[in-house]
Design a binder for this molecule. Sequence first.
Ligand code: URA
Length: 435
Amino acid sequence: MRMYDVIMKKRNGGELSKEEICFFVNGYTVGEIPDYQVSALMMAIYFRGMTEKETYELTMAMAHSGDILDLSRIQGIKVDKHSTGGVGDKTSLALTPMVAACGIPVAKMSGRGLGHTGGTIDKLESFPGFSTSLSTEQFIENINRIGIAIMGQTADLAPADKKLYALRDVTATVDNMSLIASSIMSKKLAAGADAIVLDVKTGSGAFMKKKEDALALAEEMVKIGKNAGRKTIAVISDMDQPLGYAVGNALEVREAIDTLRNEGPEDFVELCLTLGSQMLIAGGKAEDQVNARKMLLEVLENGRALDKLAEFISAQGGDGEVVYHPELLPQASIQKEIAAPSDGYIGHIECDEVGICSLILGGGRETKESEIDLAVGIVLNKKVGDKVSKGETLAILHGNDAKKVAEAEKRYLNACTIVKIPVEKEPMIKKIIGM
Ligand code: URA
């Protein structure tokens, strides 16, 4: 088989066979097919698209390009959760202890932030000493002992996706539905859980800005999961403004702790209850949503979810006491209030711009090698639909560098639109697929 023929077939609109897909995925993973030929193929796929069968075969080839985690030594139905990424998305920090406290074994593979979106591992590192560098043995042992463990993506897990994603990132071929769906699902399938709950974000802070695109991506991923024999559910949720109020690593940890103390923001609690319900149902712990929500609310009210977070942080080398003393989390030296320039209602918050403000303050990486400042970020005071008076605080910037704070303030004011007429709040949950 020749790579040239595979590229030409796709360029001319043909459907690639399983053998052709495995040929290029395996050849690229081991370095036998060069970047320039795979770049040409990615561009041909970008313009010609992939059929459902091709997308499935690409997912499976990438999932099997490295190790598949064997979680059979963990008792019970293992449920994984994945978000397509957003701003202020601290969901895993609160949701995983909630679900674990209800008896679902949580075996989670998480990533770091890149671009305007944050990552769970960076946020968890706000707990002094915490580490996600676990061996598979430790990972399984922790889940069997305390019901929850989170590790980083290892080099051996779906290596084809790692290489392909880096190539797509620099060849303008990221935003293709089949390529995104296969990229996400290959990692989830390789991570070994029995059931997968996907949080597909839509809006100005999401990868899929339009609702129709988020819906199509969700449907594609649910089909792949089902064909691979994994129960897969997708929740399409709002990312047209930051989730909750806090954006930035330690600030988001604090909001997640507040949520586990049953004092969380309404939109964030609603998302956790919806995703958590799907996880409890998929994991066989609840028959329906009413029951599942009751169980989740109970572990918030009786403090078991908060204790589970402390237990999990300690088990991975972190200081679990910080969960009960969040004032010990990293704190920025500057806190600058942003005043509203006029009276009215918050009409729109350009969500990815808020993520960029956090990046400017030092809370995210410009490149994969950048050091991040865990203390910095933004805490919103007003969200879409809220009434505001001139001079009132729109948000508070947390920074360690006055120049960066001034730049972020300018950017935040541009991202926030104040209108004269009342604005309706968007529902957090748009749709659930695959129930
Ligand atoms: N997240 C992924 O893991 N892959 C993509 O292609 C896009 C988002």
